[in-house]
Write a protein of this length. Structure first.
Length: 324
């Protein structure tokens, strides 16, 4: 398994993450990393880790140092390791539970050679790893087209087999997306297996250095989303849909049909959008989220230019950039 780590001024918490990787019960891994232009000691810590773990187990990307942004940095790493049997994304400031990789390997093995994406729940903790509470479960079946409305595959838990990783690398990505959400969308639309593990696998550290990281309750998250309005969210829904349409040959027949309905509705008026919501399963986790999403989908007139910024794809604590 190849572990893909992107760092950016993460020295404060990086050592704890690296030590948790060393402590994994599954040890058949290689860490491939790139730094995204840090000005702190992140690179020095990784060079020291390479000395401790072995240079063959800690490999620096040739693109390291150039600032690409979080999503493009991870997707660049993904493109650099087409030979990997499995890949796992690693954030710089979390702590992995010892069986994180073992759980993923066990579940992915049951899918055979078909594309498979594994993700799991998390313990949400503060900067000192205190106050643990479990992240949300997801009762609705994962997959397409629900993946267009909500990301359940948090990057710090995400593991893909070679077939799934190859699909993501081949699909390309729309401007402004996040690597984990886009991986989930791609594998779902192409008919791959989506495995959501109810067992938590990481301590997800929420701290003031997070670009996001607001552990709000549902009403507060929904209110914040309502204040932001539909523009950015709907822009990304359109971008995701158009990128998928450009690679329609990779999609399942059912995904192509549903995507056609969604794209047609987005280019038409209210009645077409109401009809689309009745036909395709564009669903989120809770009734309140579904109510707000339905309102956005029906009333949005156009997308909002976001110039490559990543957005908050679901109302839950995240550590990726968000356009306010």
């Amino acid at each position: 398994m190849t572990l893909l780590l992107s760092t950016y001024n993460g020295a404060a918490f990086l050592n704890a993450q690296l030590e948790s990787i060393l402590a994994q019960t599954y040890q058949n891994w290689v860490l491939r990393w790139r730094d995204d232009g840090s000005s702190d000691g992140s690179v020095a810590l990784l060079h020291d880790f390479a000395w401790r773990a072995g240079a063959q187990r800690c490999v620096e990307s040739p693109s390291s140092g150039a600032h690409l942004g979080a999503a493009q940095s991870f997707l660049t790493l993904l493109a650099e390791c087409p030979e990997a049997d499995m890949v796992a994304f690693a954030d710089q400031d979390d702590v992995w539970l010892p069986e994180k990789l073992s759980f993923a390997v066990e579940r992915i093995a049951s899918t055979g050679d078909a594309p498979a994406l594994y993700c799991a729940r998390q313990f949400l903790v503060d900067a000192d790893l205190q106050g643990a509470r479990l992240s949300a479960s997801h009762d609705n079946p994962p997959g397409f087209p629900a993946c267009l409305t909500q990301n359940i595959a948090n990057g710090n838990t995400l593991v893909m087999n070679a077939a799934a990783a190859a699909l993501v690398a081949r699909m390309g990505q729309p401007e402004g997306t996040m690597h984990d959400w886009w991986s989930y969308i791609t594998v779902s639309a192409c008919g791959g297996a989506i495995i959501f593990d109810e067992r938590p696998t990481v301590f997800y550290r929420l701290h003031k250095g997070n670009l996001i990281g607001r552990a709000q309750r549902l009403p507060a998250r929904a209110l914040a989303a309502l204040r932001r309005g539909p523009g950015i969210f709907m822009t990304m829904l359109r971008r995701h849909a158009e990128t998928l349409a450009g690679q329609a040959g990779l999609l399942t027949p059912q995904a192509r049909r549903e995507l056609k309905i969604i794209r047609r509705a987005l280019n038409r008026g209210t009645f077409a959008r109401v009809a689309a919501l009745r036909i395709v399963k564009l669903r989120r986790r809770t009734w309140l989220e579904n109510l707000l999403f339905g309102y956005w989908f029906i009333t949005d007139k156009r997308g909002t230019p976001i110039q490559g910024q990543a957005i908050l794809p679901h109302w839950a604590p995240r550590k990726q950039p968000v356009a306010e």
